[in-house]
Write a new protein. Structure first.
Length: 383
């Protein structure tokens, strides 16, 4: 029968040595890892209260983050964690509310455990005293000793996850018995095993992996973030006698050019804004301000290349671009394929992924009156 008899403890005081930075505050799709882990525990109806071990000095930050994400409904306390995982868990246990006989310990670095997994492990722990989510080993396991490799019988091997659930009195007894040896235990169940008492293994979840290194972080982000992003760009430049006419990276000799700080290529500017928009990087004015003398007369092709590089640095690759130029003159049609090739080569993508369209606006508006040129573009970027 289900009952709210458990406190969830989330150790979140680690330093993220293997990742290269503390990971509990890193965001997955705009939500910090720790907040996601708390949300999963809190969604289990059998969890009545949550205690978090934060990096010392970051307790307030953790409280504020949970409140900001509306994830603090079951929060009972945030305490300062310790140098080792066991120190953090013990500090949290000391702050657990009285009257709850069960504890579910769950890594703040496991953001994808389902609430049902908490329920299943708690049910087993009420039966056995101690239970752990774990996955059977599905790869062949090798042992390397010196230069000798042998194969280990995997049929009895399981990979432990969290939640790990216990009767609180039993876990406290295990800590007491372990004394100073506690820091060598990489999980809590090992302490119960050391007492010679049973631990039940409950089938875990493949998605409940621990974010330990950079590959794990990429995988976690891939699970929650959209695989692609779309952006829209729009630009207008007025004609100005005496300037070169450059559009879509192609020069139109003999045609009146456009006014602007750079070469005023409205078409490439629209593409740049579409890419920046998809990557969430603002607009070209922020990247190449017209108050900066370095961009006077700049080749917009070079700027577009730089924009694609900045989008790539932010984790995006341009997939395709669709451009529409609104111009009474020059005539775009005869130069369309040249423009496609130029844009594709600047972006480093096949020509088939660049489309160029043109309209004269049927004589209407500022374009129709030949006062200037407008360009619109959409870009699709993949992560
Ligand atoms: N002194 C510590 C060490 C770890 N943890 C927590 O225990 C969980 C599992 O630890 P791990 O994945 O190893 O995280 P880190 O200790 O941060 O990573 P690393 O070992 O690479 O430094 C994490 O939620 C981590 O914040 C903790 O509360 N206190
Ligand atoms: C508790 C644990 O997540 C079970 O797999 C694991 O042992 C934690 O180890 P870490 O080295 O602290 O990441």
């Amino acid at each position: 029968m289900s009952r709210a008899d458990a406190v969830a403890i989330l150790p979140a005081a680690g330093k993220g040595t293997r990742l290269g930075e503390a990971k509990q505050f890193l965001e997955l799709g705009g939500v910090p890892l720790l907040v996601r882990a708390v949300e999963r525990a809190a969604a289990c109806s059998e969890i009545a209260a949550i205690v978090i071990a934060a990096p010392p000095g970051e307790e307030e930050r953790v409280r504020d983050l949970l409140a900001a994400h509306g994830a603090d409904a079951k929060l009972h306390a945030v305490v300062a964690g310790g140098a080792e995982r066991a120190d953090s868990v013990k500090a949290a246990l000391r702050a657990a509310p009285a009257g709850l006989p069960m504890v579910a310990i769950h890594d703040a670095a496991r953001p994808f455990a389902t609430p049902e997994l908490f329920t299943r492990v708690l049910e087993a722990a009420r039966r056995t005293g101690a239970a752990v989510a774990a996955l059977p080993c599905t790869d062949t396991v090798k042992r390397l000793e010196g230069s000798g490799v042998t194969t280990v019988d995997r049929r009895s091997l399981w990979l432990a996850q969290t939640p790990q659930c216990f009767r609180i009195e039993q876990l406290l007894r295990a800590y007491e018995r372990a004394g100073n040896d506690v820091s060598v235990a990489t999980d809590e169940a090992a302490l119960i095993e050391a007492l010679g008492e049973p631990v039940e293994l409950v089938p875990g979840e493949k998605e409940n992996f621990k974010v330990t290194d950079a590959d794990d972080l990429r995988r976690a982000r891939g699970m929650v973030e959209a695989p692609a992003a779309v952006g829209f760009g729009f630009d207008v430049h007025a004609f100005e006698e005496g300037r070169r006419c450059v559009l879509g990276g192609v020069e139109f000799p003999g045609e009146t050019g456009l006014a602007g700080h750079s070469d005023a290529d409205a078409a490439l500017h629209a593409i740049m804004d579409a890419i920046l928009g998809a990557a969430g990087l603002g607009d070209i004015g922020q990247h190449f301000p017209d108050t900066d003398a370095r961009f006077r007369g700049a080749d917009s092709g070079v700027l577009l290349q730089e924009v694609a590089a900045r989008a790539k640095a932010a984790g995006f690759r341009v997939q395709n671009v669709d451009l529409t130029i609104a111009a009474a003159r020059p005539r775009i049609g005869p130069r369309r394929e040249e423009m496609r090739a130029k844009i594709a080569s600047i972006l480093g993508i096949p020509e088939a992924r660049v489309n160029v369209k043109a309209t004269t606006t049927e004589g209407l508006g500022f374009v129709g009156r030949s006062e200037g040129i407008a360009a619109q573009a959409v870009a699709l970027l993949a992560r």
